[in-house]
Design a protein around this ligand. Structure first.
Ligand SMILES: O=C(O)C1=C[C@@H](OP(=O)(O)O)[C@@H](O)[C@H](O)C1
Ligand SMILES: C=C(OP(=O)(O)O)C(=O)O
Length: 436
């Protein structure tokens, strides 16, 4: 994996153009690795993201005895021999870093299977919620609890399998809980299937829709009843090889560069045919005045003819990750930009509302925030700053865009991009012509 220095000084960016071939989607990669592992077939997956979050998932599956190996005939592909939901290793301690998509989904799969497992992660993972998922799994009969009683990892799983017919879970904390119950529910459900009722509104819904689309690729037809899901139960099988799309959240930084600094910047690997909700980010940029064009698997962004983007108000409930990028775009827009529906930012890699407010203010921006919103007002008084990243890849990538507002920014601990986009700053340099 790429090694970064302790800081990177990004000079002011006045021009960005070029093409970026996106790395594989984190969300799709970790889902298909797990679905393949749970399946009753040998699955070929190509375009899988190579980054910390997917490394944690692959390591965990290998520890559980699943045969996950690179395809000798194609270095970017993996062959996964599914274990039909019966993990060969029944006792294990898994370290899942800060990968929500590994922690939540493996917690559900292993709790419904039953065994002697501990799931843990980095310090921040021990502050990220998992209690509602654990409670739903217990309602299904699983023997699972949060070891420190805090509603956060580490999680301990015992031998009793969970195959109850119905559970309910809040939709307002993390959609990953629901994706986790859906994917595991299919394999471990009893003869009458599993009903998952969602309490209250469901945030980040496109990620649940992505889960349903991928489960379908593995032969599982979930019934989406709006505020509940019926999972019929049965084995997963993958026929044709599956290609992972490029990461649409990662695309947002480069589309923003095109909109802020001339363009065109084209991203390849995700487009109008994508199953990722974050491609909607391009439509938000368009509302701000950027010129956007699309193909099925590419998107291109250019600055407005006038060169001036407009500030807008956006409900970001469906695009929590790409939404962060908007906070940096707002630095160069005319008028304030208000992001709403971002309460979930508080429980991600860091408290992203607090962190972005602090770091945007450090470059001189006018920022206000509340429990689930953030407003950024453009100002002429921006200044050079050292930007802290809080171990959060998206703070590093978002704040790198502040250089488009005409000031140098020094990104501290830039290596945190390895969580989902290890080569991010190389691509940034190629598109902007910056040397650092
Ligand atoms: O299911 C997924 O792959 C994800 C869902 C989202 O989390 P929440 O559902 O917690 O908002 C998103 O922020 C995360 O990066 C990936
Ligand atoms: C929230 C994120 O990750 P995780 O999958 O760990 O929740 C993210 O990538 O922005």
């Amino acid at each position: 994996m790429k090694v970064y220095p302790p800081s990177l000084l990004i000079p002011p960016v006045s021009r960005a153009c070029g093409t970026v071939v996106l790395p594989g989607s984190k969300s799709i990669s970790n889902r298909v690795l797990l679905l393949a592992a749970l399946s009753s077939s040998v699955c070929r997956l190509s375009g899988v993201l190579e980054a910390e979050d997917t490394d944690r998932m692959k390591e965990a599956l290998s520890t559980l005895g699943v045969d996950v190996r690179r395809d000798p005939s194609d270095a970017s592909s993996y062959m996964v021999r599914g274990c039909s939901g019966r993990f060969p290793v029944r006792t294990a301690r898994l370290f899942l870093g800060n990968a929500g998509t590994a922690m939540r989904t493996l917690c559900a799969a292993l709790a419904l299977f039953g065994g002697d497992y501990i799931l843990d992660g980095v310090e921040r993972m021990r502050q990220r919620p998992i209690g509602p998922l654990v409670d739903a799994l217990r309602a299904l009969g699983a023997d699972v609890h949060c070891l420190q009683g805090s509603g956060c990892p580490p999680v301990q799983i015992g031998p009793m399998a969970g195959i109850g017919p119905r559970c309910s879970i809040t939709g307002s904390v993390s959609s990953q809980f629901i994706s986790a119950l859906l994917m595991a529910g299919q394999v471990y459900a009893g003869p009458s299937g599993l009903v998952i009722d969602i309490d209250g509104p469901l945030i980040s819904r496109p990620y649940v829709e992505m889960t349903l689309r991928l489960m379908k690729r593995f032969g599982a037809e979930v019934e989406d009843r709006g505020n509940s899901f019926f999972v019929p139960g049965g084995a997963y099988r993958l026929g044709a090889p599956l290609r992972v799309e490029g990461d649409a959240s990662g695309a947002s930084y480069f589309l923003a560069l095109g909109a802020l600094a001339g363009g065109p910047v084209r991203v390849e690997g995700a487009g109008s045919a994508s199953i990722q909700g974050d491609v909607e980010f391009a439509r938000v940029l368009e509302r701000m005045g950027a010129r956007i064009s699309w193909g099925p698997d590419w998107i291109e962004a250019r600055a407005p003819e006038s060169g001036k983007l407009r500030g807008i108000e956006v409900d970001c409930t469906a695009i929590p990750d790409a939404a962060m990028t908007l906070a940096a775009v707002a630095l160069k827009a005319e008028g304030p930009t208000k992001l709403t529906g971002i309460g979930s930012w508080r429980v991600k890699e860091t408290d992203r509302i607090a962190a972005l407010q602090t770091e945007l203010r450090s470059v001189g921006a006018k920022v206000a925030s509340g429990e689930d919103w953030l407003t950024v007002e453009p100002t002429q008084a921006l200044r050079a700053a050292d930007v802290r990243t809080y171990g959060d890849h998206r703070i590093a990538m978002t704040m790198s865009l502040a250089a488009c507002a005409g000031v140098p920014v020094r990104i501290l601990e830039p290596g945190c991009v390895a969580k989902t986009y290890p080569t991010y700053f190389d691509e940034f340099a190629a598109v902007t012509g910056c040397e650092f």
